[in-house]
Ligand binder design. Structure first.
Ligand SMILES: Cc1cn([C@H]2C[C@H](O)[C@@H](COP(=O)(O)OP(=O)(O)OP(=O)(O)O)O2)c(=O)[nH]c1=O
Length: 621
């Protein structure tokens, strides 16, 4: 869109900014707008769950803020403003909407959630044109939103608290101000910076262009884009419009003659109709439909991995659908549809010459890549997918569903299900290896472990984490303790390298056999597999093996105490129900478990993705 001078169109109008935000006032006055400030009294308490998307929530809040001011001003002084501007800024991360923190703890929760991650900042804006007829207030609302993505660096506890104590987070969405001290936390910004600060000036000007510059006749044939704008103009002075005058342009798709015929009565009916539609039509459930489609997208991804589409395209690209179809032994029409969906999901690039892998596909989906998640994808396709088809039974019975998938009793989760044959065991180990490699570096560097000279990674599987620990701490000797069958196959996963001499494998069952002695015990994604009874059993074995001063490094996905925020963790907990005997737990629950077994001084670091690392020290009994 071509930007035209628009701020001048508002100069002769009574413009009101319905906001107490000093940032919004500054942005708009810097842009040359003249306005009065009347902060809105609308309480930001709309039910978030009733909105399909976060931006609809922000737009509705912005609209309500502006309408409250328009109504109040109309009632109070009977001099109705011409235009009222309302705005609302929110931060969203992992499906959660963050507004202004209520206290320091709340700010801490928000900022630690944003640490090391990308989030979105949405500002919803409502421009309410007001007119008064027979002492009745008439409003016409034009609304839009803008999204900016912001990536935070990993923040240390110390920096978090220093920033919180500065007081800056308290009146800002998400608990930070990018324009001031909070700028230190930000690694990158994608989109309009001013949008983050509270007002998307560029989009606002574009919106004014749409409102104040009449569309050309060919544009009039386009469908109306904003359902909030009435089909018939309610502004008194229409004569200016065609000359690009100071009144907003009409938005109807009909011709001028048709409009003239509508007349005043017709206008009133159309307006009433529009208000009725707005009041009765619920928001379109976009998010809901996206959720519904989620399983189809997952299955498309898993199928493309299973067919090794990304391997073929890593070897040679671009390739056309029929060529790939013949290589993966599939139909040309089916393959083309699958490839198109992969391209739409951002996993492939599609050009005239054919399809190519994106960087993500090369890095993670090709089976021979260093950080390949191909094994994990196969495990999801072959095992977890089937288990989830019995989700209803899992919920009803409160237990995993291996017995239904396998058609036999499963007493020992690993021996009877995951390791029931060399093939299923290898696939499970490949899956775990891929996931462990992805997170091992973060786990190994989450704390300073240099005081320990020996470590035992309990249930350490292929030794992926052991290798990162050995790389980070060259004087550390690491024992990987796992079932004999696992230790036997683990040799297939050992790359040559200087760390090999620091890593040893020991075979045993951590519920039955004595644990190798060590100064540091590691339990990485182990406890979430087990019931509370078995967790107590394992922790008491670890505690017995520890001398005072020994460490326990626990890595799990921590849920928030109320179990309503960490969406990734909650879905993981459901996953644990369907697959294992365990569940995800909150920080408080783990802290109790650790303290009960003599581990204190618990420190927690949130890692990128869904994992958290906890380090605790064994105290004398
Ligand atoms: C993310 C972010 C938000 N903010 C501010 C912009 C908004 O003022 C505030 C979000 O809260 P809002 O509820 O959108 O606005 P407000 O309460 O400050 O003002 P009013 O309700 O009267 O319109 O957060 C920053 O200043 N910098 C930032 O980096």
């Amino acid at each position: 869109m071509v930007l035209c001078p628009v701020i001048g169109k508002l100069l002769h109008k009574r413009v009101v900014l319905a906001s107490a935000s000093p940032r919004r006032q500054e942005i708009l006055s810097n842009a040359g707008l003249r306005f009065e400030v009347v902060p809105s009294r609308f309480k930001e308490k709309l039910d978030k769950a009733s909105f399909a998307t976060p931006y609809e929530y922000a737009m509705e809040t912005a609209k309500q803020k502006a309408l409250e001011v328009a109504t109040r001003m109309h009632q109070k002084d009977l001099r109705t403003p011409d235009v009222v501007i309302g705005a609302d800024t929110i931060v969203t991360v992992g499906g959660l909407i963050l507004e202004k923190p209520v206290d320091k703890q709340d700010a801490y929760r928000m900022l630690s959630r944003l640490s090391g991650k990308e989030h979105s900042v949405f500002t919803g804006v409502a421009i309410v044109h007001c007119s008064s007829n027979d002492r009745q207030l008439h409003t016409r609302v034009s609304e839009f939103y803008e999204e900016t993505t912001v990536k935070f660096s990993e923040l240390s506890e110390e920096l978090l608290w220093e920033y919180i104590h500065s007081g800056e987070p308290m009146d800002k969405a998400g608990g930070y101000g990018i324009q001031a001290l909070g700028g230190m936390l930000v690694e990158s910004v994608h989109g309009d910076f001013l949008n983050v600060v509270g007002f998307p000036l560029n989009h606002f000007c574009k919106q004014l262009v749409e409102l104040y510059y009449p569309p050309r006749p060919e544009d009039l044939r386009q469908p109306v884009q904003h359902d909030c704008i009435p089909a018939v103009d309610t502004f008194e002075d229409l004569s200016d419009v065609e000359g690009g005058g100071s009144e907003p342009a009409q938005r109807e798709t009909g011709s001028r003659d048709e409009k003239a015929e509508v007349g005043a009565a017709g206008q009133a009916t159309a307006e009433a109709e529009c208000h009725r539609t707005r009041a009765t039509l619920p928001p379109f459930p976009t998010r809901l439909l996206e959720l519904l489609d989620g399983f189809k997208l997952s299955k498309a991804l898993l199928t493309a991995c299973k067919l090794k589409v990304f391997d073929w395209l890593k070897r040679e690209a671009p390739q056309k659908a029929p060529d790939i179809a013949s290589k993966v032994d599939a139909s040309a029409c089916g393959t083309e549809k699958l490839l198109d969906v992969c391209a739409a999901m951002g996993l492939l690039e599609k050009t005239q010459q054919g399809y190519s892998n994106t960087e993500t596909a090369n890095l993670y989906l090709a089976s021979d890549s260093e950080y390949s998640l191909h094994g994990f994808m196969l495990q999801n396709d072959d095992v977890i997918w089937n288990l989830f088809t019995y989700l209803e039974f899992a919920i009803r019975e409160g237990r995993n569903q291996h017995h239904r998938v396998l058609g036999k009793k499963v007493e020992d989760l690993f021996q009877d299900a995951y390791y029931r044959s060399p093939e299923t065991q290898l696939r499970f180990m490949q899956a775990m290896h891929g996931v462990a490699k992805l997170t091992a570096r973060q786990v190994a560097t989450a704390f300073d472990l240099s005081r320990f000279s020996s470590a035992c990674d309990v249930g350490g599987c292929t030794g992926a984490l052991a290798r990162e620990l050995a790389r980070e701490y060259p004087r550390l000797q690491v024992t990987v303790f796992d079932l004999p069958d696992v230790v036997e196959l683990a040799v297939h996963f050992q790359p040559a390298g200087p760390q090999a001499a620091q890593i040893h494998f020991a075979a045993g069952d951590f519920f039955r056999d004595p644990l190798p002695s060590a100064e540091l015990y590691v339990l990485c994604r182990i406890l979430h597999n087990w019931s509370d009874d078995k967790v107590h059993k394992l922790l008491s074995k670890v505690a017995e093996s520890c001398k005072p001063g020994a460490g326990l490094l626990l890595v799990e996905t921590l849920l928030d105490e109320e179990k309503r925020e960490a969406q990734g963790g909650l879905i993981q907990s459901l996953n644990m129900l369907v697959q294992t005997e365990g569940r995800e737990r909150s920080r408080g629950e783990y802290q109790c478990l650790l303290e009960l077994h003599g581990f204190h001084q618990v420190q927690v670091v949130h890692l990128e993705g869904v994992l958290d690392a906890m380090l605790a020290t064994r105290v004398a009994p």
